[in-house]
Design a protein around this ligand. Structure first.
Ligand SMILES: [Zn+2]
Length: 362
């Protein structure tokens, strides 16, 4: 049984990140580990994060999205967790998979700051004063947890998010000096976490140090292409660079290998072009058979189809879905919603049944 728990923690670890291009929601780790009603287990246990990851997978219909966990430093000495769990959190922090903030910073305040800065939902049951962004609340559901809600508006992205930063503390896991255009500690292959703003000045959330401005960074939005309900390609649309999606574009997102039957004939080689103009994500139809945008203001709203005019850019709403052909879709990675008849999502809990969660503390 212990082996299964370790394996589940490893699977959970693969779904944690502080790189906003990989994540789909932000959590206060200290809150989630204490949601006893989700499984009826110990007062605090780390494996509970897995129930929330699974809930996110089901909600968004994507089992590849990561969670951005923020933890207060106090959690590293919380004796309701086992020594092994505390060690695992410390490792996640050192590896930049979780952000541990000093005791004087309330984790939930930082959670809201991160969520507002990167425009992703918060998963929490707590009151979130001053936060108007999207939030989901974890609720008990058969076999684990579900996410409720999803309402909220995306706040304007602060200017600090459009800069690259460096922390004066050597080997900082958030804003390290491992240079490269998008680098910074754990965000090596993607983006840095958002800085903490103290009176408008960028600071390291881990060390409290003032960050050094290393230049501007183009805005980027994480996207997915889904075929038959399963995420087939992940890509990023970056300001100043257009991205073509189609059956076989020369330079772009190639969906050909995932298409069959009618879809092969109906999806054009170059089907749509995506580009970012400031905060606006635009889609342009380039296809022979046309493109439909399934427009919806929120995750719980029924979509309204909008046919695109050929070669006329259309500004996408956050939750809009671009349909190249039935079942061939492109949308924001952090604004997905599971559709009916969707492919079954992989659970991070693996063979660790809820029973394992009731094991006595070691
Ligand atoms: Zn730092």
């Amino acid at each position: 049984m212990r082996f299964e728990v370790t394996r589940a923690l490893d699977a959970i670890e693969r779904r944690l990140s502080t790189d906003p291009l990989r994540t789909g929601a932000v959590i206060d780790l200290g809150e989630i580990v204490r949601l006893v009603d989700l499984d009826g287990g110990r007062p605090a246990q780390l494996i509970r994060v897995g129930l929330v990851i699974d809930a996110l997978s089901r909600q968004m219909g994507d089992d590849g999205l990561a969670l951005y966990p923020v933890a207060s430093r106090g959690l590293l000495s919380d004796t309701d967790l086992t020594s092994n769990e505390r060690m695992v959190i410390r490792r996640w922090s050192d590896d930049g998979l979780a952000e541990v903030v000093p005791a004087e910073v309330a984790a939930l305040v930082r959670v809201c700051e991160v969520a507002a800065s990167i425009g992703q939902p918060v998963i929490s049951r707590e009151p979130l004063p001053g936060y108007a962004g999207i939030r989901f609340a974890p609720a008990t559901a058969p076999g684990g947890a579900a996410l409720e809600g999803g309402r909220g508006t995306t706040p304007k992205r602060p200017a600090a998010v459009g800069r690259r930063w460096q922390c004066p503390v050597p080997d900082c896991a958030s804003f390290g000096s491992t240079a490269g255009p998008f680098s910074g500690g754990a965000a090596r292959d993607g983006r840095q976490p958002p800085p903490r703003l103290v009176r408008g000045v960028a600071h390291c959330p881990r060390h409290g140090e003032r960050l050094e401005d290393k230049g501007s960074l183009p805005f980027a939005v994480p996207m997915v292409a889904r075929v038959g309900g399963a995420v087939r390609e992940r890509f990023v649309v970056t300001e100043g660079q257009s991205t073509v999606v189609g059956r076989a574009p020369d330079n772009g997102v190639v969906l050909g290998p995932y298409l069959d039957g009618e879809a092969v004939r109906r999806v054009s080689r170059n089907h749509v072009r995506l580009e970012l103009r400031g905060d606006e994500l635009r889609v342009t139809d380039l296809s022979t058979n046309g493109t439909v945008v399934l427009s919806r203001p929120g995750p719980q709203t029924a979509p309204r189809p909008v046919g695109l005019a050929l070669e006329q850019p259309y500004v996408l709403g956050e939750w809009d879905l671009v349909e190249l052909f039935e079942g061939v879709e492109v949308c924001r990675a952090d604004r997905q919603s599971a559709s009916d008849g969707m492919a079954q999502q992989q659970s991070v809990m693996g063979d660790a049944p809820t029973m394992a969660m009731r094991l006595p503390r070691s």
